[in-house]
Write a protein that binds this ligand. Sequence first.
Ligand code: AMP
Length: 144
Amino acid sequence: MSTYQHILVAVDLSTDADKVLAKAKALAHAFGSTLSIVHVIEPLSYAYGGDLPVDLSGIQEEILKQARQKVAALAAKANVPDDRCHLPTGKPAMEIQQLCEKLKVDAVVIGSHGRHGLALLLGSTANALLHGTKTDVLAVRVGD
Ligand code: AMP
């Protein structure tokens, strides 16, 4: 029986996403694990507040469309089928954590840092997952 039967890799679609995915792919190959991908869409209203007097739905739809294309391109590199690509909307750490539980994954692979910057020793998402999930967490060192 493999140590990790199902691994989830979280990609933020930054330039480091390829490196994170490559490590996850190698890990899944080594253990003969199923590999799933998650990219969380952060609603524009989180960044700009919910009471903006403009309709952001068109822009949000375009963001989702482009994210789907980028995730599909990454998935093709790692031979991950469509039905194992997840694009929930919300706060990244929370959505990734919920998906870990829903998919019953054994390990989650993330970048040590991402678009949220290098201010912390570990990025905010990596930190939140280490504290918030019971799943093993592999932080691939990026951006240093
Ligand atoms: P950060 O918290 O921005 O420093 O990001 C650290 C890592 O968390 C990234 O390298 C990704 O693996 C993951 N991550 C951050 N934001 C997202 C997101 N929106 N969707 C999926 N994974 C994410």
